[in-house]
Structure formats: structure tokens, C-alpha cells
Ligand binder design. Sequence first.
Ligand code: ATP
Length: 300
Amino acid sequence: MSTFIPLSSPVCNLVQPQLVNFQGGLRMVDPFFHRKDKVVVIMGATGTGKSRLAIDLATHFFPAEVVNSDKMQVYKGLDIATNKVTEEECRGVPHHLLGIADPDSNFTAADFCLHANMAIDSIVERDRLPIIAGGSNSYIQAMVNDDAEFRLRYECCFLWVDVCLPVLDSFVSERVDRMVEAGLVDEVRQLFDFLSDYTRGIRRAIGVPELDHFLRIEAIADERTKKRLLEAAIARIKMNNCVLARRQLQKIHRLNSMWEWGMHRLDATEVFDKTGEEAEEGWEKLLARSKRIVKDFLQN
Ligand code: ATP
């Protein structure tokens, strides 16, 4: 399973000899032949700019490819509600695990490990840098802590994009308004079914259960009722996004302190707090710091 990496490759690192528990048995890892490949992992709460950072880093550390770790974006559909990157935003950077799963299936953390490992293997085999980006911390935890194959083969650099919560709250709320303008309600309507099961697949995405009541009665309700229900649904979507951001942030704190992953915290508050040129300058500063961290990681 191990990939041959030229000794001159910038994306590899020598490891000490060790006995590792691999696929049910102990295996000696020979430091001469086994070098850990390098993977960049971008974490952060919803709306903090992980996807943009992943693409900006991928274009800088060319050639690099992005592996999505958002548990709703792995499903086909709901591109607006789940905030998938558009082709234009990708700027030619290949993305993996984006819109690959059947919307009615249950894509588990184990499925993520399997597919992410395959994607990372293929990226590394082509001498490219894998960048995992997304908000689903349980997926990252499953990969990094529970997946022997991943631990055996890869060394990670964790970047954590952080934005102070009140600033993030306003941003995610305004983002919901933009999603509604972009056609969120129509998108969810296409998926709506009177017997919908909101406990599995893409229907768990924020935006779907919240619109259920409105979609159930829109055909029979008067205009005033419809307007009131739609406004209530949108308010719930905003609130649930803010709750999600808090939960994700708590998990990141927990993971970082429990497992000592050595995350590099990047404060992006300035980017969201300001507008126009000042916001761009804030982003460039954050990007420059990220580039330095990744460069050091790749060189060591
Ligand atoms: P949990 O164990 O709580 O599911 P997690 O780390 O596995 O947490 P999160 O990414 O925090 O995964 O997702 C939690 C929930 O947030 C999802 O089940 C879904 O309802 C919602 N969610 C996550 N990502 C999105 C998204 N891109 N669009 C809409 N809803 C999302």
C-alpha cells in the first residue's frame, strides 16, 4: 500500500522505526523505505472561509488538490443550501468528495475515511499536495485518530480558521439571505416529500427540516400565512447556522486540547469585520501567515 516518494520530494518526512498496529496485526515500519506523506487539514466553523483558504493555498502550493470534509457537501444536490464551491470559485483546483454520494444514502465517517484515503492516495501518487477542508470535525477525528492506515502513512498540518462569534453570527445570517436570493427555497422544494425522513442523507442539511412546515402548507395557505411561515423558517435557518458554528468551535477546542494536534489558529475576524480593500488586506495577511506555516511544514 505504501507509495514510493522520491527522497527529494518536498512532501515527505523521515520517521523513526516503529511497531504499528495495522489492519489487526503488528507491523514494523522501516524508516528507510517508509516516509510519511504530508497532508494539510483546514478546519473551522461554518462560514469562516475554509474553502477559500484551501483554494488559495492549492494555487500557491501548486500542484495541490482539495478533499472535502463537509458531511453535507459530500451528497449530490442542495448546492446552495450546503454552500458548495462553484466551478468558478475552484479556479481549476480539483476537488474530491464533493457531491459524490446519493442524497438518500447515509454517508458515514467510515465511508469518509475510505473515500478520503483513496483520494489522498491518488493525489500523493501524482506528486501533489492533498488539502483536506471542511467543517465536519467528526470526519477529521475518525481519519486522524481512528484510521490506522491514515496515521501510518500521513503527517498532518492543521490550520484552524477562527472568527469571533458575534462577527461570524452576522456573516452566516447574511449568507442565509444571499442563499434565499440565490434560490434556496426552490432547491429545497425540489427535494421535498410529504414523507421526508430528516434523519438521514442530505435532508439533514440545515435549510431542509426548517422549511418543512412552509412547504407542507404552501399549496393551501393564503399569502399572509405563507409569508409569515417563510420568514419564520428563514429565521430558524439563521439560528441553526449560528448554533452549528458554536458546536463546531467547541469540538475544535476539544480536539485540540485532547489530542494535541498542534493546530495553527488563524484569526480571520478582521476579514469579516471590515469591508472592501480593508477586508482584502486582512485576507492577504491571513493567507501569507498560512503560506508560511505550510511552507515550514513541507520543508521540515
Ligand atoms: P455531528 O456529530 O454533530 O454531526 P460533525 O462534526 O460530524 O458533527 P458537522 O459538520 O458539525 O458534523 O455537521 C453537523 C450538522 O450540521 C449536520 O448533520 C447538518 O445538519 C449540519 N450541516 C453541516 N454541514 C452543513 C452544510 N454544509 N450545509 C447544511 N447543513 C450542514
